[in-house]
Structure formats: structure tokens, C-alpha cells
Design a binder for this molecule. Structure first.
Ligand code: MN
Ligand code: MN
Length: 468
């Protein structure tokens, strides 16, 4: 009798409770194999797309290989055609024209390709006490203490007055020099160690060491700086003034690596948000003749609030949709009202070492699949679009019907902090949006951690959403 009751309880429980066991137990061995395979090229993407410009270059090349051509608003396009729009080399949109074009709205996947880092100031190079250093202004939300003593590489472009660009990437290959921010030895850090973190390391401490030898034996002042400028002149043909027209970024110099004895995870710089941008790009490339036109946006400037012409507060996406709508004889506003969007961005994975920052019932977990975040924001749901119940139901159905492993997550406990994504900017144009992405450990640190299974399931989620 007792046994029967237990089994009845077990049955009802199975019917009524959410299944919250480890995602690895819910998927097939085939899924795990596919996830591992998918992540091999993802690691390559990470290593070759540390800054937004490199991510755009990678995407254009991959798109061209998949049959995409550069969009021309004077041309007309047919269902199945594939086009891309390059926004200033720092953001990109890829569209696959659907059978219904824009008549039923478009299916949008949006992710960002900028990541937290140290940008060089416009006048970066200086010499002090016979050392040459770069002044930096950090980009995005970083914990400043994490950046000293990490090997750094310099990426970006220097635009010259003659209209040409010098592309810079130095410090990634072991044959090249790298750079670093120094820290104080513990022996002399009595004062430093007694300060609060935000005081012990402030933005003006993030100076990058770039040289120590003088130009020659002349007794000229600032000869260490002169020597560095001379090396830069010989290598890139630039002078000190050319730094004024440059986008130069210091990023961690290490490569993406498998993490854990079981190789189930990846440790790398820039998962936020390349870990969603790459699955979105792959979903775009794999999409053939969808019902509604599919647009994938890989945008810039999310980490600093999305302002600017290459960020999601810019009109560039809606302007593109307007071009497509016009070709279909539609009004943009009618297309936007029927548009559905997955805002593909990361969420914080539950970290048992810092469990008190989370509320476990509503956190996302490593290996439990793509995480749907109904709302982000902070302090009483401020600054978030908060997906509607109806839209959540629609997304649940798409994912469940196609066997995608997914979970929900809130960003940390209530009033523990918070953050936003680009979801709200698209929602403000009257589209339906929800966040879906990969749970990340150590988000915004020089090395972030994700699970391979979650990366693959995010790709599958986007692909199935595009098809639906
Ligand atoms: Mn992000
Ligand atoms: Mn971020």
C-alpha cells in the first residue's frame, strides 16, 4: 500500500513538478558529442574575434562563404536570398529573406560582439621613471583588481589622415611581446590591502607597461618613450599624433581553452557576448528559406549602454527593416508590431562559492541549457522590457517542440545588483522580445567560463526560433 502511494506521488510529481535535474542527464549522448564539436570552431572564433571589428570581419567572411551578399537597398530580393549589412566595421546584420518577407514581422536574433576591456586613451603613451606606459580608460563594467598581472594583447585600428587604416594586433602569438598592468608586491601592500576594492584599484591604476629601454645613449629626455615611438614608426608608420585617431584596445592575451578534467567547459576572454553572437551567426548561416524574414544582428557598444551609431540605441536596425518593409509594400510600424525577437545575451550562472548573491530557485545553472531571462534590470524591475506571459509561452513551445534543453534564470537575488541587455531597445520599437543565452561563471572577468552544452543549446534555440 505504502509503495503504491509512493509511486502515485512519484507519478503526480512527475506530471506537476518542473524537471530540474542536471541537463546532462536530460540530453542524448549525441547532443553532448554535437556540443563538443560545435564548440571547437567557437573557440577559434573567440581567438579571432576578441574585439567587435574582428568579429565583424569573421562574420563577413563566414557569411560570404555561405552565399550572403552585401545588401543594396536599390535592388529587390527574393525569398531565400541572403544579405548582410556592415555598419562601419563594428556591427553587422545578416538577413535571410523569408517566404512571407516582412508581412508577418521579422524573426530577430540580436547579440553583442563588444566585451569589457581596457581602451587606450587618445594620448596614451608616457614615460615615467624610465618606464614607458599606456594610459587606459576601461570599457564596460569591470572589477579593476582582476586586470593587473594578466598578459595583455593590443588590438584595433589606427586611422591615418590619408584615409588608410593600420590594423593592429600584437601580443597573441607567443613569438610576439605582450603587455601588462603591474600590481604592488604583497610585502609593501599593507595600505593597499586595508582599502576597499574600489579604492585599492581605481581607473588611473590601469596603466599598461609597454617598454623600458632608452632610444640610444644620447641624453635626450623621454628616450624610453622615444624608443617605443620609433618601434611603432618602423612597424606601423605612425607617429604619436596618430594615436588621436585610433580605436585601440588591450585584451587578455590568452587563448580559449577547454576547462575541467572532463573538458565540459570553456575558459576564455569575451564569452559575454561572443558565446551568443557565435551561435546566432551559425543559426543565421544555417537558415534556408524561412517562413518570415530572419535578421541576425551582431551589435557593438552593449557593454557601455548601447549609445552611438553602432549600438542598439541607434536606428540602424529599424532603418534596415524599413528598407525590407518598403520592398514588400509594408509600413515599418506594422512590421515591428508583428516582429518577434530573441535577445541573445548571457546570464550569471549560479556559483556555489558565492551562493549568497543568488536565489537558487530562479538562477541559471551550468549545463542546464540555454537560459531564458524574462526580465533583467534591477531594483523593482527598473530598466527592463519584461517579456509578456504570452510571448514566454510561445518561446517555451518552440523550444520544447524541438527538444532544446533550456532553463529560466534571473540575474542574481532581488536588490543584489542587476544589469540590462539590448532586449529593451528592440522592445521599445514595439516588438516582442525575451532574453535567451548562455549562463556564465566569472562574467566580465578576464577569463569567463561557460558550458559547451549550453553554447550548443543556445545555437539550437536560435535556429529553431528562426524556423518557427
Ligand atoms: Mn552581454
Ligand atoms: Mn556584459
Amino acid at each position: 500500500m505504502a509503495n503504491e502511494e509512493n509511486s502515485k506521488a512519484a507519478q503526480v510529481k512527475k506530471q506537476l513538478f518542473m524537471n530540474r535535474k542536471n541537463g546532462c542527464r536530460k540530453v542524448s549522448t549525441d547532443d553532448i558529442v554535437k556540443a563538443d564539436e560545435f564548440c571547437e570552431e567557437y573557440k577559434n572564433f573567440l581567438n579571432n574575434a576578441k574585439i567587435e571589428r574582428e568579429a565583424v570581419n569573421y562574420s563577413i567572411e563566414a557569411a560570404k562563404n555561405a552565399g550572403f551578399t552585401e545588401f543594396d537597398y536599390t535592388k529587390s530580393y527574393a525569398p531565400g536570398d541572403k544579405v548582410y549589412v556592415n555598419n562601419r566595421g563594428k556591427a553587422i546584420m545578416l538577413a535571410v529573406i523569408g517566404k512571407n518577407g516582412t508581412h508577418n514581422g521579422v524573426r530577430l536574433g540580436i547579440a553583442h560582439i563588444d566585451s569589457p576591456r581596457l581602451d587606450l586613451k587618445p594620448n596614451p603613451l608616457y614615460e615615467t621613471n624610465d618606464l614607458a606606459l599606456f594610459k587606459t580608460h576601461y570599457y564596460g563594467g569591470i572589477k579593476k583588481y582582476q586586470w593587473p598581472t594578466v598578459p595583455l594583447a593590443l588590438h584595433g585600428v589606427i586611422a591615418l589622415k590619408d584615409g588608410t587604416n593600420v590594423t593592429v594586433q600584437i601580443g597573441e602569438d607567443e613569438s610576439e611581446p605582450c603587455f601588462c598592468v603591474t600590481d604592488l608586491l604583497p610585502h609593501l601592500a599593507v595600505d593597499q590591502m586595508s582599502q576597499v576594492m574600489t579604492k585599492a584599484f581605481n581607473g588611473e591604476h590601469l596603466n599598461v607597461l609597454v617598454g623600458s629601454r632608452p632610444f640610444n645613449e644620447d641624453e635626450e629626455s623621454e628616450s624610453v618613450k622615444l624608443n617605443i615611438l620609433n618601434i611603432l614608426f618602423e612597424k606601423y608608420g605612425i607617429t604619436e599624433e596618430d594615436f588621436l585617431s585610433a580605436d585601440l584596445h588591450m585584451v587578455p592575451a590568452f587563448m580559449a581553452r577547454d576547462l575541467g578534467f572532463d573538458r565540459s567547459m570553456i575558459g576564455a576572454y569575451g564569452h559575454d557576448d561572443k558565446v551568443c553572437a557565435y551561435p546566432a551567426l551559425m543559426a543565421a548561416l544555417d537558415t534556408e528559406l524561412p517562413e518570415s524574414t530572419v535578421i541576425t544582428v551582431l551589435t557593438d557598444r552593449e557593454e557601455i549602454g548601447s549609445d552611438g551609431n553602432t549600438g542598439m540605441k541607434s536606428t540602424y536596425l529599424v532603418d534596415f527593416i524599413a528598407d525590407l518593409a518598403k520592398a514588400d509594400g509594408e509600413e515599418t510600424r506594422h512590421v515591428m508590431a508583428k516582429t518577434t525577437c530573441l535577445s541573445a545575451d548571457v546570464n550569471a550562472a549560479f556559483d556555489p562559492t558565492y551562493a549568497s548573491a543568488f536565489e537558487a530557485n530562479n538562477s541559471s545553472f551550468i549545463n542546464n541549457g540555454a537560459v531564458i531571462t524574462k526580465y533583467t534590470g534591477s531594483g523593482g524591475k527598473y530598466s527592463t522590457s519584461d517579456a509578456s506571459a504570452e510571448y514566454m509561452a510561445r518561446i517555451r513551445k518552440i523550444l520544447d517542440d524541438s527538444g532544446v534543453l533550456w532553463q529560466t534564470g534571473e540575474l542574481g537575488k532581488v536588490d543584489g545588483g542587476g544589469g540590462g541587455t539590448i532586449a529593451k531597445f528592440v522592445a521599445n520599437y514595439n516588438a516582442d522580445v525575451v532574453d535567451l543565452g548562455v549562463p556564465v561563471l566569472s562574467m566580465h572577468a578576464p577569463m569567463e567560463v561557460v558550458s559547451k552544452l549550453d553554447v550548443y543549446m543556445t545555437y539550437r534555440a536560435l535556429y529553431e526560433f528562426y524556423k518557427a
